[in-house]
Design a protein around this ligand. Structure first.
Ligand code: MSP
Length: 514
């Protein structure tokens, strides 16, 4: 087993309704990075799950006349099903209603109390149940006599109750120093600046318990209070590693997390509250928080109240899972918001997947089946064009690795698609079909070179479109367990004489209605 480890997480989702495209997006993005790291010989732990406590869930369960636990069981299972539908490679699925999670939340709370970072007082202010967040007076606006958060647009209500507070204010300077010492802790940089400016304006102590409902984890020393759902939820990242047992192999190997992938709406919780809680509890901080943009539907963030929810399952049933994964990672610029449309989805499938990568594989395999007895040809007359093509890939590996390590997913894909475009061009320019009788040695060398390109492109695209690339690699007798980035440096890895396995069609072209 590799000694390089990598721990990556998605946010844990509120099972307050069925999963939608926004949830699918966070998960797909995290899965792509997890898969890339596995192919790059890292020992990866990839976590996702559901965030099941709090007033939002309690009210939703009440609306549906269900016991909150049963309500969560039903909806959490939909999120779990989605992990399969999206073809996620998660190693665990955590639910905050599990015993292992309670233990770790209680431990964190106890540590914060012991370090005197928690005190009892009274909260008076605005609360959004939908965001499970407190807002200041200047973050509220009034529309038709209803109060909304200016930040999220969700309704807020007035809360006045006894509450425990976390001394967030006393962590302000330490947080600023940490951001300064770790300039890539928050990415993309625009989000880092937002957070730094917010913290510089001054932090107020944070209410971390509620008394007016009962669905949550009670404060260990005062069961009238429930632990604030965000303190509860964030701790999931530790619970899955068997924290508080810090001697546990999983904890030792994977904490601190390498990256928490989240949406920009939950940046404050991850980039301010979470590191402050951890510092106070004397636990090492994660290396990175990456806040992606939103998937917009009709130019707006999807939400139940707006009724503009896009269902990932419906899209997958109509277009395919690789197709959706590819489209979201290529066409939405990772740090920014992106509108998605069926027209763009169709174009993307047809141009990049069917016409470019898919066509390259099908054409080459068909040619070899017909002219080379379906066998991987031998390499015997290498020319400079072949070397150049091979060198391009070998040279680009470290750049591609860097792009992924900085979450520059769009740049990464652009580069890989360009490699695929060049491979198609090479095939057209070299015209192996014209050499069949004239120079079969040269024809074989061209075919070997192009198969090596197909192998390389498939390995590079594997984190994004795992199903199709695994089919292609299987055709070349490369099994899933042997998909490996380093192997691209060996341009003679394919074994001549081995028969190509059968592949069915990779990507169907989509008829455009317009
Ligand atoms: N339960 C909290 C997260 C706790 S993490 C310790 C939560 N859940 S959520 O279900 O509301 O949202 C989870 C993730 O989905 C967030 O990262 C959010 O940004 C993402 N998305 C929800 N709608 C989205 C879009 N329309 N577009 C992209 N992602 C968005 O917040």
């Amino acid at each position: 087993m590799s000694n390089k480890s990598f721990y990556i997480t998605t946010p844990i989702y509120y099972p307050s309704g069925k999963p939608h495209m926004g949830h699918a997006y966070s998960s797909i993005i995290a899965d792509i990075f997890a898969r890339f790291k596995r192919n790059d010989n890292f020992n990866v732990f990839f976590l996702t799950g559901t965030d099941e406590h709090g007033l939002k869930i309690q009210r939703e369960a009440e609306k549906n006349s269900k016991d909150p636990k049963l309500f969560c069981d039903e909806l959490s299972s939909k999120f779990k099903e989605l992990t399969n539908i999206l073809h996620l490679s998660n190693d665990d699925f955590i639910r905050t209603t599990e015993e292992r999670h309670f233990k770790s939340v209680i431990d964190i709370w106890t540590k914060l109390e012991e370090s005197k970072d928690i005190y009892l007082s009274k909260y008076k202010g605005w609360y959004s149940v939908s965001d499970e967040a407190y807002y200041d007076e200047d973050e509220i606006e009034n529309k038709n006599n209803i109060k909304y958060s200016k930040i999220s647009g969700s309704k807020v209500e007035w809360v006045e109750e006894e509450s425990y507070f976390f001394k967030l204010s006393s962590w302000q300077d330490k947080l600023l120093k940490f951001y300064n010492d770790n300039p890539k802790f928050i990415l993309p940089l625009s989000r880092r600046n937002e957070v730094v400016n917010f913290v510089k304006k001054g932090l107020k102590d944070l209410s971390v318990s509620r008394t007016s409902f009962n669905w949550g984890i009670p404060v260990p020393t005062n069961s009238k209070h429930l632990i604030y759902v965000w303190l509860d939820a964030l701790t999931n990242y530790l619970s899955a590693l068997n924290y508080p047992n810090t001697k546990d192999e999983k904890y030792k190997r994977f904490w601190p997390a390498n990256i928490h992938i989240i949406g920009k709406d939950i940046l404050r919780f991850h980039a301010i509250y979470w590191p402050a809680f951890l510092m106070a509890a004397n636990i090492p901080l994660p290396h990175r928080i990456y806040g992606h943009g939103w998937i917009l539907s009709d130019d707006k963030k999807m939400s139940k109240s707006l009724g503009n929810i896009l269902d990932p399952i419906e899209i997958i049933n109509n277009f395919g899972v690789d197709q959706l994964r590819y489209y979201l990672s290529k066409e939405v610029s990772l740090g920014n918001d992106g509108n998605i449309s069926f027209k763009n989805l169709t174009n993307c499938i047809n141009n990049d997947l069917a016409n470019n990568y898919g066509n390259l594989c099908q054409r080459v395999f068909a040619f070899i089946n017909k002219n080379c007895d379906s066998k991987i040809p031998s390499l015997n007359k290498i020319e400079k064009e072949d070397k150049k093509l091979n060198e391009e890939i070998v040279k680009s590996i470290s750049d591609l690795r860097n792009l992924i390590d900085n979450q520059e997913l769009n740049q990464y894909l652009k580069k890989v698609i360009n490699i695929s475009f060049n491979a198609n061009k090479y095939f057209n320019d070299q015209k192996p079909w014209s050499l069949k009788d004239k120079d079969p040695d040269r024809m074989n060398t061209i075919l070997y070179t192009i198969l090596n390109q197909i192998r390389s492109i498939s390995v590079l695209l594997n984190p994004i479109i795992p199903i199709a690339t695994e089919k292609v690699l299987k055709t070349l007798s490369i099994e899933k367990a042997n998909i490996n980035l380093e192997s691209l440096k060996n341009t003679e890895e394919l074994k001549p004489g081995i028969k190509l396995k059968k592949t069915d069609i990779l990507f169907k072209k989509i008829e455009n209605d317009n």
